[in-house]
Structures are given as C-alpha cells and as structure tokens.
Design a protein around this ligand. Structure first.
Ligand SMILES: Cc1cc2nc3c(=O)[nH]c(=O)nc-3n(C[C@H](O)[C@H](O)[C@H](O)COP(=O)(O)OP(=O)(O)OC[C@H]3O[C@@H](n4cnc5c(N)ncnc54)[C@H](O)[C@@H]3O)c2cc1C
Length: 400
C-alpha cells in the first residue's frame, strides 16, 4: 500500500489538450477550485499544433480560448489538380508551448509534472511511485487509447517547422495541397505560414495502415519545399500524428473497456470529429459543460461524459458512412477526387461539415451528383458494422 499524499476535489489524469482546457475553464470561473493535474511528461500538452476554424466554436468559446492562440489567419486555401479554393473565415492554432505557458501558471502547485498514473478509480488515483490521491471526482484524459473496438482508417502525418532563406509569400494556410503525387491513399501537404519566413509543412495521408516512414516523409517535405521555390535554411522542430478516422465500431464496448465508473475527456472518451480525428472543438464544449456544473462528483461526471460521447457517436453516423466510402469504395490513389468534389460545394456547407453541424439538406447535397466512387462499391458501404473489420493494432506516437 503506497503513501496517500492528500485529497482534493478533482484529479485530471493526463495534462493534454482536453484536461488542460477543463482545468483552465474551471479555474477561470473558480480560481481556488481544489484540483490536481497529473501529467507524466515534462510539460503540459506534449508537442502538437492544434488548429480549428472560427465556425467550429461560438463567440464565447472563441473568447475564452483566445489567450491560448499562437497564430490566427483570416482565410485558408485548398488546392486540387482541377480546383483551387479560398475560404474566408478565421482559422487559428493553439500550440502546446502556448498551452503550457498559460495553463501551468494558472495551476501553480496544482500541477504534478513527471507523474505517471498507474491506476485510476472513480475517487482515487495511484501514481507510478506508489503515492495516491483521493478525490471527489476523477477525469481520465490520457489521450488516444488505440483502435480497440473501433473500425479505423488513419490520418497520418509528419510536419517540419522550417525557417526559409526567403519569405514564402503565402497569405494564408494551405489546408490541403493535393496536387502532389497520390501515394498511400489520399495524400496532401498542409502548410501553416507562421511568420514571413517560417512555416509548418506537414505531409499527410488518409491511409489504410498507420505506419509512418519518417525519413521518407522528411524527404518528401524537402522536395515539396523545393517545388514551391522555398529554400529551407533550418528545420527548427518536428511533430507527427496518426489520428483515427472512424469507419464503424462498437461505442458501448469502447466505453466498457477502461477504469469502470471513471469520467473521460478528449480522445479517451471518443470526443473527436470522425472524418478528421480533430478533437479541439469537442474538448472546448466539454470543458464549458464541466466548468458550469455546481458540483463535480465522479458518478455524475461519468454519466455526463459517457452520455455525451454516445450522443456524439449517434449524431455522427453520417460521417462514418462518408469515411467508409472514402476508405472502402474509392480506389486509394483516387480518394482525392472525393475531397476535390466536396470543396466545390458551398462554403457554408463546408463550414458546417467541419463543425459537425450538417443539416439534412447538406447531407443529401454531399451525396448527390455524379459520384466520384463506383456506385456498387458505395452501396456496400451503407451498412455500418460494429466489428473492427480489417483493423490492425494502431501505433500512435502520442498514445501509450
Ligand atoms: C501532432 C498532432 C497534431 C494534431 N493537430 C490537431 C489539430 O490541428 N486540431 C485538432 O482539433 N486536433 C488535432 N490533433 C488531434 C487531437 O486533437 C489531439 O491528439 C489532442 O491532443 C487530443 O487531446 P487529448 O487531451 O485527448 O490527448 P493528449 O493531448 O494526447 O493528452 C493526453 C495526455 O495524457 C498524458 N498521459 C498519458 N498516459 C498518462 C499516464 N498514465 N499518467 C499521466 N499522464 C498520462 C500524456 O502524456 C498526454 O500529455 C492532433 C494530434 C496530433 C498528434
């Protein structure tokens, strides 16, 4: 039996995006709230750049998130072999460095870094060194649990933070440049201009398999920069990810797996967009709801997070259908055509798609017209399986 180091109101296990937002939001309303964030790494937030569209959030949410923003742009671009689109509307990034800079001081002594959690129960957390913390509520935000119970494709990428010898002359981010060679599924390059001469350039694939050939991706990014006429002076950093793109699965089994009765946040609770694997907007919404509760106690928090996750799953069945068409009906090297066609639709529909708020008329619009995939193969995608058909064990750089 290890040493008990104290008791508190709330323990947030994992100091990643979702739990940092929950802690930040609670403390902005109740600065003295008794909580502890337990993070195994040396800093909050790991090594990520989290981006989102203005239209993913409401005005209040954008306002409270503003101190965490590292970059903001007024529009973004998409490039395909037969289409080039500029979409007006704010696009912003939160960096893990900024998240740490803002949230760590707000937490002060309530932050335990370098503290891996070994066991989690609804009212108790045991650390790897044997110390334990009692709490009225515990939230498991340890990040992506891997592919168990979900049928997945992957959005995988490696990005380089580069300093260029000359300005890149980009006015706005390019979220997808799919004019590159189409290999390993749908491939595009994502570029965020961070200053006149700095950029984050990510080589990205919607692929069937999760493996990342890092050396090949670094070379591909260097080649892309050369093609754009950019001379890389220095590579200042790197980030990578393998995000889940959900084709189907068993959300009840997903929730049955893990510490019983413990509330979950972020990827651990399946709070992410099925077609992008992005979790920031859902994390903001969950933080808002949790911070508005008068009492934080494990039984009700568990019920709340589980119910929200099941509701999100039910609401996003249509996205999983589109994912199955992308991964199962389209020939991998021709998957880009689905996105090329999609970006010919109205900007309003595109915004609602990423915000997870498609209207029923949008849903019909997305699927009508000359389909970019063979009709028979598309029809076979209509039924959603609860099995993990074709899934392999996932390797995510950021999951244990
Ligand atoms: C490189 C990258 C870029 C991404 N870009 C975007 C984006 O632009 N927009 C977007 O919305 N989404 C993006 N995502 C997807 C998703 O939003 C992120 O993965 C997000 O960080 C998930 O948040 P989370 O809080 O669930 O998990 P994480 O942020 O991964 O946090 C989990 C934390 O738990 C800690 N932890 C794990 N186990 C333990 C333990 N036993 N004890 C203590 N601590 C533990 C980990 O160290 C980690 O800090 C990106 C993902 C990656 C990998």
């Amino acid at each position: 039996m290890g040493e008990q180091v104290g008791s508190t109101g709330l323990v947030l296990v994992g100091g990643g995006l979702a739990n940092c937002l929950i802690a930040y939001r609670i403390l902005s309303r109740r600065p003295d709230y008794p909580l502890v964030v337990v993070e195994r790494g040396p800093r909050l937030g790991g090594n990520h750049t989290w981006s989102f569209h203005d239209s993913d959030l409401d005005d209040d949410q954008r306002e409270w998130l503003a101190p965490l923003l590292a970059h903001r742009w007024a529009s973004h671009e998409l490039r395909f072999p037969a289409r080039r689109v500029t979409i007006e509307g704010g696009y912003s990034s939160v960096s893990s460095a900024r998240l740490h800079e803002v949230v760590a001081p707000a937490l002060g002594s309530r932050l335990r870094l370098g503290a891996a959690c070994a066991a989690i129960a609804p009212e108790r957390v045991v650390l790897a060194d044997g110390q334990s913390i009692e709490a009225r509520a515990v939230i498991d935000g340890r990040g992506d649990p891997g592919g168990a119970h979900l049928d997945l494709g992957y959005q995988k990428f490696l990005g380089l933070f580069v300093r260029l010898r000359e300005p890149h002359r980009l006015a706005a981010p390019i979220l997808m440049d799919a004019t590159v060679e189409q290999v390993d599924g749908y491939r595009f390059v994502y570029t965020l201009p961070l200053s006149a001469t700095e950029a984050l350039i990510e080589d990205t694939y919607y692929a069937d398999q999760p493996g990342l050939d890092r050396a090949a991706l670094r070379t591909a990014i260097a080649d892309y920069a050369t093609r754009r006429g950019w001379e890389i002076g220095e590579v200042a950093g790197e980030e990578s990810g393998v995000l889940p793109i959900v084709l189907g699965g068993d959300i009840d089994a997903f929730w049955a797996d893990g510490p019983p009765g413990v509330a979950r946040s972020g990827m651990r609770g399946a709070f992410f967009h099925p077609t992008t694997g992005y979790s920031l907007p859902e994390a903001v919404r969950l933080a808002d709801e949790i911070a508005s509760l008068p009492e934080l106690e494990s039984p009700s928090l568990f019920e709340l997070t589980r119910r929200r996750s099941l509701e999100l799953w039910r609401r996003t069945g249509y996205y999983r259908l589109l994912n199955r068409m992308l991964f199962r009906a389209a020939v991998p090297e021709l998957r880009y055509r689905i996105f090329e066609r999609f970006y010919g639709l109205s900007p309003g529909l595109i915004r609602r798609f990423y915000a997870g708020r498609l209207k029923w008329t949008d849903k019909i619009r997305v699927l009508t017209g000359r389909p970019p995939v063979p009709v028979l193969r598309a029809l076979r995608c209509i039924v959603e399986s609860r099995d993990r058909a074709g899934t392999t064990t996932r390797r995510n750089e950021d999951a244990q």
